[in-house]
Design a protein around this ligand. Structure first.
Ligand SMILES: Cc1ncc(COP(=O)(O)O)c(C=O)c1O
Length: 383
């Protein structure tokens, strides 16, 4: 493979930061004891773990006892959905989610439907955004769980989470779970107070920490049926020896991601705007799925009648790494459920490409990326 010069597939995964890797090695070398052990080394490892928990809790404006470390976004989503649904059957069995969630939400929902829960799906408009009117209309007395993602991983659509949280708390007894895996460190999340979601999922490898690290955080303590049973770690809510190095490095990456967020997002917004404008200039040859109102770090588009793989390969040949619409479905041949939900023209359905920024992307990468897009468009026209 040609040397990678520009990596713009950060929504699939990010390159870990140097300081994250140094911390990972240092913690593994010095604090490898089991944090549940009562000897001095165990106590030291546990102290470090607790500090990481407090740091994440501070960032999210919750208490340390409401922060669970998990193995990643999929586990956080599964744990939240199964836990909150199965613990609340005495209140009802009605669940709401959206048609554009990540498979780590949709698959547990399918499983719950098989177990007798009634799962309803909110539709999205052409920009990939739900309707609050539809949410309000679908909320019921027996709704026990609502799960809505903050930023969609394929197109960057932002859902009105704060307004949804207010509505859900005002009109139902449902717990509100938010998959914040693509938004944490990129958008502020109003998690504190009565108006926030009840619980959110975060994944380490999307914020330049390591794969195999995640968080499930609660706004306040909740009634909860654990999903992983065993030694009773993580307040009895998630059994399994806690991976201290993963937790510590996630906390570090979370601090870095949130400390200079605005500055980074201003750059991303500018780059998003420049690429958006360039793509608009190709008129009917290109369909842009993302909108200027969407998340600044994700830009999805499709070239008329072209397969996604063809564009990925054409870009790769020129040293640019992008994905087809989502890394998870990119090896599948069927059109992604997100693209289906947007009802776009058939000519554009199979060629969706996602560009996603991360901290290592530079201004000159964007200039180079624009040059590559121009070249590919000329090549396609046979000029
Ligand atoms: C929105 C969203 N939710 C959940 C996940 C799953 O996270 P993980 O890869 O950490 O299991 C992803 C990963 O692509 C995602 O983008």
């Amino acid at each position: 493979m040609k040397k990678v010069t520009i990596y713009v597939d950060n929504s699939a995964t990010t390159k870990p930061l140097q300081e994250v890797m140094q911390t990972f090695v240092a913690v593994n070398e010095q604090y490898y004891a089991n944090p549940a052990s009562i000897h001095a080394m165990g106590v030291e490892a546990n102290d470090l773990l607790m500090r990481a928990r407090e740091q994440v809790a501070d960032i999210l404006h919750t208490e340390a006892k409401n922060v669970l470390f998990t193995s990643g976004g999929t586990e956080s989503n599964n744990t939240a959905i199964f836990g909150l649904a199965r613990s609340n059957t005495h209140k009802g069995k009605h669940i709401l989610t959206t048609v554009i969630e990540h498979p780590s939400v949709l698959e547990p929902m399918k499983q719950l439907a098989q177990e007798g829960f009634e799962v309803e799906y909110l539709q999205v408009n052409q920009s990939g955004v739900i309707s609050l009117d539809e949410l309000q209309a679908k909320l019921r007395k027996d709704t026990i769980l609502v799960s809505i993602m903050h930023v969609n991983n394929e197109i960057g659509a932002i859902q009105p989470i704060t307004e949804a949280a207010k509505m859900i708390h005002a009109h139902s007894r449902a717990a509100f779970h938010v998959d914040a895996i693509q938004s944490f460190g990129k958008l502020p999340i109003a998690f504190a107070g009565e108006e926030g979601p009840d619980c959110i999922s975060i994944s380490g490898h999307k914020i330049h920490a390591l794969k195999g690290s995640g968080v499930l955080a609660f706004r306040k303590q909740m009634v909860w049926q654990p999903y992983a049973l065993g030694g009773g770690q993580e307040f009895g809510l998630r059994s399994g020896t806690v991976a201290v190095p993963q937790a510590v490095t996630l906390a570090k990456a979370a601090r870095l991601a949130t400390s200079n967020m605005q500055e980074r997002m201003d750059n991303y917004r500018e780059w998003h705007g420049a690429l958006y404008k360039q793509l608009c200039d190709y008129g009917e040859a290109v369909h842009i799925l993302s909108t200027p109102q969407g998340a600044a770090h994700i830009l999805s588009f499709s070239i008329r009648d072209l397969k996604g793989e063809v564009i990925v390969n054409a870009m790769q040949k020129r040293g640019v790494i992008v994905s087809t619409s989502s890394a998870c479905s990119s090896k599948q041949t069927k059109t992604s459920h997100v693209v289906e939900a947007l009802h776009i023209n058939e000519h554009f359905k199979n060629g969706v490409i996602r560009i996603s920024f991360g901290v290592h992307v530079t201004e000159s990468d964007i200039v180079q990326l624009q040059r590559v897009i121009k070249e590919i468009m000329l090549e396609l026209k046979g000029e």
